[in-house]
Design a protein around this ligand. Structure first.
Ligand SMILES: [Zn+2]
Length: 494
C-alpha cells in the first residue's frame, strides 16, 4: 500500500510535461492539468484511507461466553506473536489486613505444577512451546501475563487453562510458595522491622500518611499463618470464569473464537462475591511531621501530600494534567530558580479509596526551611493568579501528542487494555487523547483551587543526625574521655 502511493507521488509535481516528450504548450497544459487532477484524486484517496492505515487501538472486539468469561480480541500489527493477559478480578484490596497476602500466595501456588513433574515440569512445557509467562498481584487484580509464538497460541492457552483447573495445592507446595512470597516482600519480617513499622520509622512518607489516616494496614502482611483452607476458599470464590477477562493481542488464530468457546467455555461459573468497599479516611493525621530515615546523612526529602477532591467529570485527565503542570512548576522554582532540589516532582498515588497528589523535593538537610518557603510561595502564587494559560496549553498538547506513541506493539497494547478495562464500553476503549483535549483551563483552575486550598500534610524525611551533629557527638565523647582521664590522674596523685 505504502509503496504504491510513494511511486505515484514521485510522478506528481515538476517535470511532468517532459515525460512524454511533448512540446506543444496546449498539450503540455492539458497533460499537466490531467496529472494535477490525478494527484488531487490520489491525495483525496490517501486522506480518506488514513484512519484505516493507523491501527485503531481503541476499537476492540469483545464478547462474553455463556459462563461469564469476558474476551477481548485484537489483531495486532506484529506477525508471529500473541500477547495474552488473563485478568482475574481478585486483588489485595479484597482481603483484611491479616489475609492481605492470600491472593499473592495463591498466584504463586498456581505455578507449582499440574502433575508429578511439579513446578519444573510445568515450566518445561511452557519452554517447549516457546512462550514466557509471569503473574502479578495488585490491589485490584491478579493477572497472568504471557508472550507466545502465534503458532502455539492454542497450546499455550491450554497450558494456562490446565494451571487454573488442575493445580493441586498440597502442604509442600504451600510451604515452598510461602518462602518465595516472603523473600519477594524483602525477606523475613524481623522483630526489628515490625518495631520500626510500629514506631512509624519503616514507612515512606506517603505510606506512613496512609497508615495514619486508616487507609493502609500498619504492619506488613505475613504469610506464615495462612492455611490451606483459606487458600482453597479464595480460589473457589474468585478463580471463576465470571470473574475473569482474557485479553489477546497479536497474530490471532482464525479458529480462536471456536476454540475459546469449546475449551474455556467449559469452566464453571460461581455465585459472584462482592468486592469489599475500599477504605476511606477514618482518622485524622498531624499536619506536619518529621520522619527519621536512616541514622546519618546530609540529605532530606520534603513532601506535601493532599487528597484529590473528587471531580464529577474527567477526574483522572484533569488531575493528570494538573500533575504535569505542578511537576513543571516545581522544576522551574526549586531547581532552575532556586537550585534547592535536583529532581523535584509531583506524583499521584491511590491508597484505599482515596487519591493523593503530592509535591516532593529532595533537598539538603539545611535547606528544608527555605524549600518549604518556596513551596508555600508557589502554592500561594497559583491560588492568586491561577494557572498560566500558555503553559497549561503547551503541557496539554504535549500530553495529547504523547498518546500517539505511548503504546507500541502487541504486548504494550495488551498491557494498555489490562490497565484500562474500566474504560471499555460497546466495543471501544475511551481515547485518552480526546479525554485530555476535553479538559479546559477553567476546569483545571477549579480543580487546582480545590486541591491547593486544603492544608494537606507536610512530611519531612531525614536521617536521625547530620554529619555535623555526628562530628560534635564524637568531639563531645572524646572531650569527656579526656576529662575522665584527667580526673583519674588527679585522683591517683592525691
Ligand atoms: Zn510474587
Amino acid at each position: 500500500m505504502y509503496s504504491e502511493i510513494e511511486s505515484d507521488s514521485i510522478t506528481c509535481g515538476s517535470g511532468l510535461a517532459r515525460e512524454d516528450g511533448q512540446t506543444d504548450d496546449t498539450d503540455l497544459r492539458l497533460i499537466a492539468w490531467k496529472r494535477a487532477m490525478r494527484c488531487l484524486l490520489f491525495a483525496c484517496l490517501l486522506l480518506a484511507s488514513l484512519p484505516s492505515f493507523a491501527l485503531d487501538r481503541f476499537q476492540v472486539e469483545g464478547y462474553t461466553l455463556p459462563n461469564g468469561l469476558q474476551m477481548l480480541l485484537k489483531p495486532g500489527t506484529e506477525r508471529g506473536h500473541v500477547a495474552i493477559r488473563l485478568v482475574v478480578g481478585v486483588g489485595i484490596d479484597d482481603f483484611s489486613c491479616a489475609e492481605k497476602e492470600l491472593p499473592h500466595l495463591l498466584e504463586h501456588l498456581l505455578f507449582s505444577g499440574i502433575d508429578a513433574t511439579g513446578e519444573g515440569g510445568l515450566e518445561e512445557r511452557m519452554q517447549a512451546l516457546g512462550g514466557e509467562w509471569n503473574a502479578y498481584t495488585s490491589n485490584a487484580d491478579t493477572t497472568f501475563v504471557i508472550e507466545a509464538p502465534a503458532k502455539n497460541q492454542r497450546k499455550v492457552l491450554d497450558l494456562l487453562l490446565a494451571l487454573l483447573t488442575q493445580t493441586r495445592i498440597d502442604d509442600n507446595a504451600i510451604n515452598a510458595a510461602k518462602q518465595v512470597v516472603e523473600r519477594e516482600d524483602g525477606g523475613h519480617y524481623s522483630h526489628l522491622q515490625r518495631w520500626l513499622d510500629r514506631q512509624d520509622l519503616g514507612h515512606t512518607a506517603s505510606n506512613q500518611l496512609a497508615v495514619e489516616l486508616g487507609l493502609k494496614c500498619p504492619e506488613r502482611a505475613e504469610v506464615d499463618h495462612l492455611t490451606r483452607e483459606q487458600l482453597e476458599t479464595a480460589r473457589k470464590a474468585w478463580y471463576a470464569p465470571n470473574n475473569m477477562t482474557l485479553i489477546m493481542v497479536g497474530d490471532l488464530d482464525r479458529l480462536l473464537p471456536a476454540y475459546l468457546e469449546r475449551a474455556w467455555g467449559a469452566l464453571e461459573a460461581v455465585a459472584p462475591t462482592d468486592h469489599p468497599p475500599l477504605p476511606q479516611i477514618q482518622a485524622s493525621a498531624a499536619h506536619e511531621r518529621t520522619l527519621s530515615h536512616g541514622f546519618v546523612g546530609g540529605g532530606a526529602k520534603l513532601h506535601w501530600l493532599v487528597p484529590e477532591p473528587v471531580l464529577e467529570d474527567q477526574h483522572d485527565e484533569t488531575f493528570d494534567l494538573l500533575k504535569d503542570y505542578l511537576d513543571w512548576a516545581l522544576y522551574r522554582q526549586l531547581r532552575l530558580a532556586h537550585s534547592l532540589s535536583y529532581g523535584p516532582s509531583a506524583e499521584r498515588e491511590v491508597f484505599g479509596g482515596v487519591g493523593f497528589m503530592s509535591l516532593n523535593a529532595d533537598v539538603e538537610r539545611d535547606d528544608v526551611p527555605q524549600a518549604e518557603q518556596v513551596l508555600e510561595e508557589l502554592k500561594a502564587g497559583l491560588l492568586k493568579d491561577g494557572l498560566d494559560a500558555d503553559t497549561f496549553n503547551r503541557l496539554k498538547q504535549a500530553a495529547i501528542a504523547r498518546q500517539a506513541w505511548a503504546v507500541q506493539g502487541n504486548s504494550a497494547l495488551a498491557d494498555y487494555y489490562w490497565s484500562a478495562l474500566g474504560d471499555y464500553e460497546e466495543g471501544r476503549f475511551a481515547d485518552p487523547a480526546r479525554e485530555l483535549q476535553g479538559v479546559t483551563l477553567a476546569e483545571a483552575n477549579k480543580a487546582m483551587r480545590e486541591l491547593l486550598l486544603q492544608p494537606g500534610y507536610l512530611r519531612i524525611e531525614k536521617p536521625l543526625m547530620s554529619y555535623d551533629q555526628v562530628m560534635w557527638v564524637v568531639v563531645g565523647v572524646f572531650a569527656l574521655m579526656m576529662l575522665g582521664l584527667l580526673a583519674w590522674r588527679i585522683h591517683r596523685k592525691q
